[in-house]
Design a protein around this ligand. Structure first.
Ligand code: 6PG
Length: 393
């Protein structure tokens, strides 16, 4: 686990004269999967695997989730060791699996991290509604997260959000959260996911919004200038939303975000010729990793019924969405009218509304493309008149 990028190449070069063809080097850091593809195909004088590992310091001590890429024969050699140290789901299954060749494991880890960014962003957004829209103190917000953590939102990130919100500053200033600078760091894995989604033409707007929000968060001076110029934006909600609305909004946002992440993996599998086992990936994420949550069990079940179907179209999650969507809509609407920024939740809602609209609006785009570039369009009636009247006869 050395830092991604040049240090991995340097390390491989340093090991090359020392190792033989039966030796196996595992890159278990957060490598870019394109680099892992390149290294796996570079003819190294030893065996090589790229394995995504999630779990932070706790995972390192008590068992992480392990997403392996590489040759199945190499996986067979090391699986007993890695399955023994991996976290275990409630049913006792080790959260370690071989997911495909070359960079497939690091790709799945990148999607995991994109979802990690999105989960964290949506939690931060509802925190903002409670803080700025409802005027709740950090401890009360922490209590809400703790309550949600006993229901469908049960997850590591909601659990630690409760702990973070209720902590007090050891230096005695009051709630710790209130004195933490509001600029998020990032090492780049979420950005890779967003870039790769664009390459794959895979829509993951919730994750993209989360990456964007981290970038905006870092621009503190500009935001301060914006506030000085345009005034303090968030207005009190005065009872427009309650705690249950926010819980339901978060449930809906989470389903939409994971549906996008899994669909991105389907797109990658098609593009790269991998057979990514989506139910297995959902099962690996059930314990040990940062995005572990109760909902992943149900996602694994829904994906097993039909791995190619978008998660929102499964009966179980369609039902969940029918119940939680109205609250997401109310929350995003209240955010818009009260100046509370909800980019990830809003992106999820817009994507959902597109996904449930059979007759969209891209016919206008096609008409314009044809107008200025004679790019042509398909007609609903199937007739062979692929240009508008603006085309020269
Ligand atoms: C994990 C995490 C981990 C990641 C850090 C920081 O799954 O254990 O994803 O791999 O490096 O959480 O990521 P950022 O610095 O990009 O937030």
């Amino acid at each position: 686990m050395v830092p991604a990028g040049q240090p991995v190449d340097d390390q491989l070069a340093a090991l090359s004269p020392l190792l033989g063809p039966d030796d196996l080097v595992i890159d278990a850091g957060n490598a870019n999967f394109h680099d892992t593809n390149r290294r796996a195909r570079a003819g190294l004088p030893f065996r090589f695997m790229g394995i995504g590992v999630s779990g932070g310091e706790d995972g390192a001590r008590h068992g992480p989730a392990i997403m392996a890429g590489g040759d199945p024969a190499d996986w067979a050699r090391i699986a007993p060791v890695l399955q023994a140290i991996a976290a275990r789901a409630e049913d006792g299954t080790p959260c370690a699996a071989h997911l495909g060749p070359d960079g497939a494991g690091h790709f799945v880890k990148a999607v995991h991290n994109g979802i990690e960014y999105a989960d964290m962003q949506m939690i931060a957004e509802v925190y903002g509604v409670m803080r700025d829209g409802m005027g709740l103190p950090a401890a009360a917000i922490g209590d809400a997260f703790a309550r949600w953590n006993t229901g469908p939102l049960q997850s590591y990130l909601v659990e630690i959000a409760a702990t973070v919100a209720t902590a007090t500053d050891p230096a005695g200033s009051g709630p710790l959260l209130d004195i933490i600078v509001d600029a998020a760091g990032q090492k780049g894995t979420g950005r890779w996911t967003a870039i790769e989604a664009q390459n794959l033409a895979a829509p993951i707007p919730v994750i993209e919004a989360a990456v964007m929000a981290r970038n905006v968060s870092a621009r503190r001076a500009e935001r301060a200038a914006g506030e000085a110029l345009f005034g303090l934006a968030p207005q009190p909600l005065h009872g427009t939303l309650d705690e249950r609305d926010l819980e339901q909004a978060l449930i809906a946002g989470k389903i939409l975000c994971y549906a996008q992440g899994f669909a991105m993996m389907t797109a990658a599998a098609g593009e790269f010729g991998w057979s990514l086992d989506l139910p297995a990936i959902a099962r690996v994420w059930r314990a040990g990793c940062i995005i572990r949550s109760a909902m992943l069990n149900d996602m694994a079940t829904a994906l097993a019924q039909d791995p190619t179907r978008n998660l929102i179209l499964s009966e179980f999650f369609a039902d969940h969405l029918r119940r939680s969507l109205p609250a997401l809509r109310r929350t995003v609407a209240a955010g818009a009218t009260h100046g509370l920024a909800l980019p990830a939740l809003g992106a999820g809602l817009a994507w959902f509304d597109m996904m449930r609209t059979a007759r969209g609006t891209a016919n206008m785009i096609q008409g314009q493309r044809d107008f200025f570039g004679l790019h042509g369009f398909e007609r609903l009636d199937g007739r062979a008149l692929p240009h508008g009247p603006w085309a020269a006869p």
